[in-house]
Write a protein that binds this ligand. Structure first.
Ligand code: CDP
Length: 236
């Protein structure tokens, strides 16, 4: 590939494309957890995340959520609009799990209605500290209206994804989104929407079908990702 590598993250690489306002995101087979403290390579994992992300971005666009997604160029290469990313991780939670249970007296699996939105400042060296509206405004990351817009988009994404996964017999426990501004200054959903960035529990058995299988070392990570893709009707 002759394209210039602009950025290599923990599981995806971003390349310049032939169009100035478009980029190519390559989903690699790397999987990491605990701020990169645990690392592995799982053959075809990039393909599962790229295909599931592409499908979910398409559904979200149809539901009126602006995203960076343009098309999948091959099973692991996604053509996207270039965004100026906002360094925030917007986490939507329908049930208590993970850090919420570690840090606060919630029961694991406890329903959260209405869903909680928790926002972290994206900075691995600082371990992604949680922020609040005042900190976001004081850092100048977003204006007040944009902050409300971002939260509104996150809740719309939640509504759409919960429906899709419920139809696939999966319970969307929580997930993380990242947003950026396009060349017109409009907020769009960026990054990925995949099993790496959400918790999905089987409605029949309660088992995790997401990156927790890797974090906790409890089983067949690729098998879990494949089951999600299959339940979404993707032929892999
Ligand atoms: O459990 P953990 O400490 O990873 O973080 P959490 O705050 O409980 O995570 C909430 C949701 O956001 C989970 O679905 C995580 O997979 C996702 N997340 C992510 O994708 N990337 C992060 N840097 C943090 C959370």
């Amino acid at each position: 590939m002759s394209e210039e590598l602009l950025y290599a993250g923990k599981a995806k690489s971003v390349y310049r494309s032939d169009a100035p306002d478009e980029l190519v995101v390559v989903f690699r087979d790397d999987i990491t957890a605990f701020d990169g403290g645990k690392k592995d390579v799982l053959s075809r994992k990039g393909e599962y995340n790229a295909r599931v992300s592409a499908r979910l971005f398409e559904v979200l666009e149809k539901a009126g959520v602006p995203t960076h997604f343009l098309r999948l160029e091959d099973p692991t290469r996604m053509r996207v609009r270039r965004l100026a990313m906002v360094p925030l991780e917007v986490i939507v939670r329908n049930r208590a799990a993970g850090s919420l249970v570690r840090n606060y007296p919630f029961e694991s699996g406890q329903p959260l209605a209405p869903p909680l939105i928790v926002i972290d400042y994206k900075d691995d060296a600082r371990h992604d500290p949680m922020v609040n509206d005042e900190i976001i405004l004081a850092l100048g990351l977003l204006g007040r209206a944009e902050l409300e817009e971002m939260k509104g988009l996150a809740l719309r994404v939640n509504g759409v994804l919960r429906g899709i996964f419920a139809a696939a017999d999966l319970d969307l426990v929580d997930f993380k989104l990242e947003f950026g501004r396009d060349d017109e200054g409009r907020l769009r959903l960026g990054d990925e929407v995949s099993m790496d960035s959400m918790r999905l529990w089987s409605r029949e058995t309660g088992e995790s079908l997401d990156k927790d299988v890797y974090r906790l070392g409890t089983g067949d990570v690729l098998g879990a990702y494949a089951r999600v893709a299959e339940r979404l009707g993707l032929e892999m």
